[in-house]
Design a protein around this ligand. Structure first.
Ligand SMILES: Nc1ncnc2c1ncn2[C@@H]1O[C@H](COP(=O)(O)OP(=O)(O)OP(=O)(O)O)[C@@H](O)[C@H]1O
Ligand SMILES: [Mg+2]
Length: 231
């Protein structure tokens, strides 16, 4: 791949590995992973529980660092950025829907969604936050705190928060894992609407074959290696 193509990639990893030091010794989760994602692409990552999918997603989003190798976002090497620059990149371009939601417990649903909008200097963060929460069917729950919401409702607040800032790059860790079929289908449609209308690059972890099938590409993480699923 030539230099200009590389600069046009949304994400590139160069031989990344992740090793955890545990009391029982070093555990290598994966090594030598090379991945290239084009802007506007949708990519599903599948694999068994414990394969390292969530860990890989954190590395790709610059939330964690690889033991070896490099992660580049739009040609910028994450390791070379200072903490502040990395935080700015994340705040302006990236949204992340965590497997465990990571909502702020002391803020209502509305305030959880409003906060990143305020950080980005949105014109009317209140109105926009309410709009995105209604998009995921939560207008009756705007003023509830996370502890007063069901698991699926918390997941939808996390999804509204991720959508609200209209990111260039959206990472989602099993975004429909807690939703019934109908609600899940609606959320999936919204994910792909963002992908198509705003050219948002999607990188999703999912156990849902239908969601994986709608992505441009599917990769399996197994025994520390990533392989393309062609069927
Ligand atoms: N900080 C850590 N120290 C040691 N081991 C860790 C650490 N974080 C994760 N692991 C281990 O790495 C492995 C992969 O974890 P990860 O959360 O990435 O899996 P996953 O593929 O997302 O699984 P699931 O589908 O269950 O969410 C697990 O066996 C986990 O115990
Ligand atoms: Mg996981």
């Amino acid at each position: 791949m030539d230099q200009s193509t590389r600069e046009n990639l949304m994400i590139e990893t160069r031989s990344i590995s992740k090793v955890f030091q545990t009391e029982a010794g070093a555990v290598t989760l994966f090594s030598g992973l090379d991945l290239q994602v084009r802007p506007g692409e949708s990519l599903a990552i599948v694999g068994r529980s414990g394969a390292g999918k969530s860990t890989l997603l954190s590395l790709l989003a610059g939330l964690d660092t690889a033991t070896e190798g490099q992660v580049l976002i739009e040609g910028q090497e994450m390791e070379l950025l200072g903490d502040e620059e990395r935080a700015r990149l994340r705040a302006t371009k990236i949204s992340f829907i965590f497997q465990s939601f990571h909502l702020l417990p002391e803020l209502t649903a509305l305030d959880n969604v409003r906060l990143p909008l305020e950080i980005r200097g949105a014109e009317s963060p209140d109105k926009e936050a309410a709009h995105w929460l209604s998009q995921v069917g939560l207008e009756p729950r705007l003023h509830h705190y996370p502890a007063q919401l069901s698991g699926g409702e918390q997941q939808r607040v996390a999804i509204a928060r991720a959508f609200a800032t209209q990111p260039r790059l959206l990472f989602a860790d099993e975004p429909t894992g807690n939703l019934d079929e109908e609600t899940g289908a609606r959320i999936i449609d919204q994910l792909f609407a963002l992908n198509q209308q705003q050219d948002t690059t999607l990188i999703l972890i999912t156990h849902d074959p239908e969601l994986a099938a709608r992505c441009d590409r599917r990769l399996r993480l197994h025994n520390g290696a990533l392989t393309e699923i062609t069927s």
